[in-house]
Design a protein around this ligand. Sequence first.
Ligand SMILES: Nc1ncnc2c1ncn2[C@@H]1O[C@H](COP(=O)(O)OP(=O)(O)OP(=O)(O)O)[C@@H](O)[C@H]1O
Length: 397
Amino acid sequence: QEIPISQAYSPPVGALSPGPPIVKVVLRQDLNKKILIALIASSTLLCVTVIFLLYLLLWRYRYMKNNFPGINPNHHPDSVRSSVATKPIVNKIDSVTKGTIPVYEYQLLESATNKFSESNVLSRGGRGCLYRACLDEKSSVTVKKLDGGGDTDTEKQFENEVDWLAKIKHQNIISMLGFCIYRQTRSIVYEMMQNGSLESQLHGPSQGSALTWQLRMKIAVDIARGLEYLHEHCHPPVVHRDLKSSNILLDSHFNAKISDFGYAAVLMTQRKNLKLNGTLGNRASEYIVDGKVADKNDVYSFGVILLELLLGKRWVEKPSTESVVTWVPKLSDRANLPNILDPAIKGSMDLKHLYQVAAVAVLCVQPEPSYRPLITDVLHSLIPLLPLDLGGSLRIL
Ligand SMILES: Nc1ncnc2c1ncn2[C@@H]1O[C@H](COP(=O)(O)OP(=O)(O)OP(=O)(O)O)[C@@H](O)[C@H]1O
């Protein structure tokens, strides 16, 4: 006969106590199961959270490494400060927010320039200094360090320059390699231009002796190519607004590149907040008087540089009796033109070429902007005067 399990295991009647122990056993088992489930669930959750956090850290590390190679995301205390201070201005610079331009860590620039030592200074300007820097063993670069102390004019020029140079890439426009914002200091890193500026070549110790007639024509064509790119191939077109010989840089092969985009602007839109200080001799009068932004302002400044290449003359810093205008009649006098040339190139060129270059220069500096040629026309009238091996179309037999 089968005995029900409950009876078979039931205790003696006298020993009966309230609440059968079987029920207790069942409850404890249940409880253990629940604890086990809770433990498994919480440890799974913990694992998922840890994996997610690790993934986030890895993603951030990769993002910083790809977009900001100079910044070490593994927290040097100063690099943290630098990136915090950088944030508002970085947001204003389009290309930075798009991650197309490297941001250098201040400490990196400091060690590359020997702590910004005097022996690394290449040039000293009103707003800061230009330093030679060695970022690696192979090559050197230049670092322009602006000590504006947060002054708004310097800040605007810095933003403007970084923004334009990040967008503009051309063989005749200086390459920006990156920039750095650290407390009140702003720095821009450029490619090294071994032969300095056109101004220092013409008016420095060598007094233009390194620049032959052909090299001068090459420099003129290079500048015109850079300007043509800004005026005709950028959308919207860009006007440089501060073209002068000190802003034309020469590399080791005397390839010329336009630099200093602190005042550059989109054609016909006026940037009222950018005060234009400095040299007036290179600026067209309509620009000095009413600040009209037009490509013909740059054509005027190009004409002034062309005259500087021909005559070796440094144009006046402030309006005075001797300006470009006073030289125009002398340039139109063909018989006397060879006598007023820079002594470094006198008698070294084909006279027909000289007349043509002088005529182009005169056209460019006309007071009426609409009479000045387009930079494309200027370029195409200079190319035939330049030998093939220097990038022109002149065949020397
Ligand atoms: N990348 C470079 N490589 C070599 N020399 C350079 C480079 N950039 C500038 N220079 C030299 O430093 C000089 C000053 O250049 P910089 O752009 O700092 O001028 P600046 O202080 O802005 O003056 P300004 O506003 O009057 O043009 C140039 O004229 C040139 O001789």
